[in-house]
Design a protein around this ligand. Structure first.
Ligand code: ACO
Length: 328
C-alpha cells in the first residue's frame, strides 16, 4: 500500500467529431478571411460536434479507445477524471456520466475545471493516487464541446475554437514514466478569458441570454503575452529539477492555442520549432482536449519513441498552467 511506484501512461485514445468547419466556411458566417485566421492563429479547420453529441459522448469514445490501447477492461479502472469546461451539465460530473457509459465499477469519478490546463492537472492528480498505491489504474480524459459556448457571431473568438476528446490510462510502470510535475494558477488574471453567466454570480435569465453572457469572452492580445511567458516558465520549472536542458527534451506536446504563441514559446525555450508538436491547423483550440489529442497523435505518428523524454505544457483560463516531463 505504501510502496512508492513509478507511474506512466499505458494507453491512449482520441475522438474527433466528423464535421469539419473550414476557414472558408467561416468566411460565410462572419466578417473574416482564411488569410486572417491562418496568419494570426495557424488554424485552417476545426471539428464541430453534432447537436445531439455532448462532451460525455466524446469523452466515452476516447476512453474506450484508450482502454483498448492499454489492454484493460472498464472494471480495471479505479479512478476517472474528466478535464472539461463544457460539462454535459453542472452536475452530475461528466466523469460520473462516463463511468456509467463505459461500464466501469463504482470507482471515484470527478471533473477538473482549469480550462486548457485540465489534461495536465488531471494527470498530476491521478499520478499521486497511483504513486501512493491507493489506486492502480486511472482514466484521465480531456473533452470539450467549445462550439456550445462559442458566440458564432463574434469573429474575434469563433474562429479559434473546436471540439474533441483525448484520453490517457495511467498505471504503474517498471521504468521511466512521469518524472516531474509543475502546476500553477493566478486568479488575478481570471478576467482575461471567462464564461460570465450561468453560475451563482449571474444565474441564467432572459437578460443574461440576450446579453450573450453564456459565451466565451476573451482578451486575446493580453492572453497572448501571458501565454508565452507562463508556458516557457512552466517548461523550465518542470525540467530544471531533473537537470534537463531544452535539448534533452525530444518533443514538446503543448496546448494548441495559437501557432504564433507556440513559435514564441519555442524561441524563449531555445528550442527549434520542429521539436514542438503541432496539430492546431486541423483542430484549432480544443481547450483541455488539445494537449490530450496532440499526445495521442504524436504517438500514433511515431514522433515519440521508447526512452524519449517529452514535455506536456499548457496554459488556460484561470489563468492556470502546468507542465509535465514524461520518460516514454
Ligand atoms: N477576422 C478578421 N479580423 C479580425 C478577426 C477575424 N476573425 N478577429 C479580430 N479581427 C480584427 C480585430 O477587430 C482587430 O481590428 P482593429 O485593429 O480594426 O480593431 C484586428 O483584427 C487585430 O486584432 P487583434 O486582436 O490585435 O489580433 P491579434 O494579432 O492579437 O490576434 C488572436 C488575435 C488570434 C485572438 C490572438 O490575440 C491570440 O491568439 N491570443 C491568444 C488567445 C488564446 O490563447 N486564447 C485561449 C487561451 S485559454 C483557452 O484556451 C481556454
Amino acid at each position: 500500500m505504501c510502496e512508492i511506484k513509478k507511474v506512466g501512461i499505458i494507453g491512449l485514445g482520441a475522438y474527433l467529431p466528423e464535421r469539419v468547419l473550414t476557414n472558408k466556411d467561416l468566411e460565410k458566417m462572419v466578417d473574416t478571411t482564411d488569410e486572417w485566421i491562418t496568419s494570426r492563429s495557424g488554424i485552417k479547420e476545426r471539428r464541430i460536434a453534432r447537436p445531439d453529441e455532448a462532451t460525455s459522448d466524446m469523452a466515452t469514445e476516447a476512453a474506450k479507445r484508450a482502454l483498448k490501447d492499454a489492454n484493460l477492461k472498464p472494471e480495471d479502472i479505479d479512478l476517472i477524471i474528466v478535464a472539461t469546461i463544457t460539462p454535459d451539465m453542472f452536475f452530475p460530473a461528466t466523469a460520473c456520466l462516463v463511468q456509467e457509459k463505459i461500464g466501469a465499477k463504482t470507482c471515484p469519478a470527478f471533473d477538473v475545471s482549469v480550462a486548457c490546463s485540465g489534461f495536465i492537472y488531471g494527470i498530476a492528480i491521478a499520478e499521486q493516487f497511483i504513486r501512493s498505491g491507493t489506486y492502480k489504474y486511472a482514466l484521465v480524459i480531456a473533452a470539450e464541446k467549445l462550439s456550445a459556448i462559442t458566440d458564432w457571431s463574434d469573429r474575434s473568438t469563433c474562429v479559434l475554437f473546436g471540439d474533441g476528446a483525448g484520453a490517457a490510462v495511467l498505471g504503474p510502470v517498471e521504468k521511466g514514466g512521469i518524472l516531474s510535475v509543475f502546476l500553477g494558477a493566478n486568479g488575478k488574471q481570471g478576467d482575461l478569458i471567462k464564461l460570465p453567466a450561468g453560475g451563482s454570480r449571474i444565474p441564467a435569465s432572459k437578460k443574461s441570454v440576450e446579453d450573450k453572457l453564456h459565451f466565451i469572452k476573451m482578451n486575446g492580445a493580453e492572453l497572448f503575452k501571458h501565454a508565452v511567458k507562463v508556458m516557457a516558465d512552466a517548461a523550465l520549472q518542470a525540467t530544471a529539477p531533473l537537470g534537463l536542458k531544452a535539448e534533452d527534451i525530444s518533443l514538446v506536446i503543448p496546448h494548441q492555442a495559437n501557432l504564433r504563441i507556440l513559435n514564441a514559446v519555442a524561441k524563449r525555450m531555445g528550442l527549434s520549432t520542429d521539436k514542438i508538436y503541432l496539430n492546431i491547423e486541423r483542430y484549432g483550440n480544443m481547450s483541455a482536449a488539445s494537449s490530450a489529442v496532440a499526445l495521442v497523435e504524436a504517438v500514433k505518428e511515431g514522433r515519440i519513441k521508447k526512452g524519449d523524454k517529452i514535455l506536456l505544457d499548457a496554459f488556460g483560463g484561470g489563468l492556470s498552467w502546468g507542465a509535465i516531463v514524461i520518460e516514454w
